[in-house]
Design a protein around this ligand. Sequence first.
Ligand code: ZN
Length: 146
Amino acid sequence: MDKEFLKKCEKRLLEEKAKILGRYREKEEIQERLGEESREPRDLEDIGQITYTEELLDNLSQVEMQTIREIEYALEKINKGIYGMCEGCGEQIPEARLCAIPWTRYCAKCAEEMEKETGTYMPSYGVTDMFNIDDIKVERDDIGEA
Ligand SMILES: [Zn+2]
């Protein structure tokens, strides 16, 4: 694979990781604040709102931590010189797809089959059901059958 392109992917992976970590830190701050607020709730509606937000934040963090693991996995593959190879069929994943989802492990075809099987296109470490997220699917659709 082209060294320039590999560098670009690596940069994107690192950027994405930094972005998620940044958001994660923000969330922790919100969670801390919510924790303080919930100690002195004003009325029942407030309590409901706080619980809902906490659950939402908790969910998001799990998905994002998973994405970070995928990113680290991809970075390791770059180090080992096996980045960009589909783990399903062993073919080179098209660059357009890698640009859109630099941490993907599969080509579009294998990802689609994986999706049919597991209900998610991004298989990970036993938390596959976490990845039914609309915005990720939109990205994949953009790439089409590359
Ligand atoms: Zn494949």
